[in-house]
Design a protein around this ligand. Sequence first.
Ligand SMILES: [Mn+2]
Length: 344
Amino acid sequence: MTGTVGADRSADLAAARELMDGASKLVLTTHVQPDGDGIGSEVALAYHLRAIGKDVVILNPHPTPPRFRFLEPSPPIVPFDPAVAERALSTADALVVLDISVPNRLGKLESYVMEYRPKTLIIDHHADQGQIDGLDLRNVAAAATGELVYELLESWSVQWTPEIATALYAAIAYDTGGFRFANTRQVTHRIAADLITRGADTLLANENLFESYSVPRIKLLARVLDSFELSANGRVATAVVSVGLMTELGAVNEDVEGIVEVLRSIDGVVVATLIKEVGPSATKVSFRSSGPYNVNAFASRFGGGGHVNAAGAFLREPLDTVVERVIPAVRDEFDPTVGAAGRA
Ligand SMILES: [Mn+2]
């Protein structure tokens, strides 16, 4: 099979199918601030599980952002609500956690998962070693969790539909930035081609994912492009987004998405950093890098992680403190004139 690198995964795939086959009620979930990969992956799996007669609740810690609503199945994804979470997790025979491995990325769902501990399957491509207990179908070589759900569904002789194909195509397109990022492999294109054969609506997916931006998002981009700073001889770009700016522009969380990639695309920049104030003592930092520059290792210094070229960290500190700590650190790490920095 296609998504596999190295080890034979057929035993793990069989165990995963068995886990889901043996359940009649399943809860599917993904990480806080769900993205195209998390949503596309869980929706695709839900279509299949429902088609084979399973009772499936897709329950996410946050509502579906507008740009991913084209993926909503029927019945739709359920945003977090304490009573719904209680009922769903206390009665679930199995839980499938997608695009995530660490419990705190479950957000408000974490405490329910820990309390009821349903049989759990983890389908993920992040490097963080999972502390969520369960059967782990991780493959860090995969560009997207969507590739792993494709692998699973292929092994299951799924009845492909255009809806499943579109959801997985969107998942993979999203996490590869439209098949442009370094994580895009030959097999990524092969899977995408197969999904198109299965009826994936690529136009629908690409328009929604990449060509549908809100006015506040564009205005936020303009402000960031007007205020970012270059350091380390133009190799590092940094920008800061405050709650005040977000409020002024009427921007919401998902409007910030992708802006750090624009900074990374500046000629000569190898690492871009976007620091976003979330609350009085809560700040999110996003890193993007090119080639061998490893922001996953760098983000781990701040308790974060992700992938080699795309990582982030969430710090329980005020914006100013994070700015003072992170900006010099990233500059020194990736400035070739400072020590032995800049290596992968
Ligand atoms: Mn992903």
